[in-house]
Design a binder for this molecule. Sequence first.
Ligand SMILES: [Zn+2]
Length: 115
Amino acid sequence: MTYKGSCHCGKIAFEVQGELTEAMACNCSICQRKGALMWFVPRDSLTLRTPADAMSTYTFNKHVIEHHFCPTCGIHPFGEGVDPKGNKMAAVNANCLEGVDLSSLKVQHYDGRKA
Ligand SMILES: [Zn+2]
């Protein structure tokens, strides 16, 4: 199925193909601040519907993950990176998707502070 996602003001809008059944809550320094519920998909499953330069990008630590956010409303709809095998991945913030019953998701708690 196709999910529609966006930031709050709509400057960043995208679609994601896949079946969202579980998401990850991470307690690392950035995920906890964002309150993000991450859904990992192959980067090819995500289609950006707005210009890429509408997004601001934040990186830190090893700079391997690009945390995209909206410079206008400040919401972080997704990030981009590579998995351990080198595949391009997107970490979609499930909280930014339309029509998702968040309470039905199986949430894995990841201890990103120790990792
Ligand atoms: Zn926005």
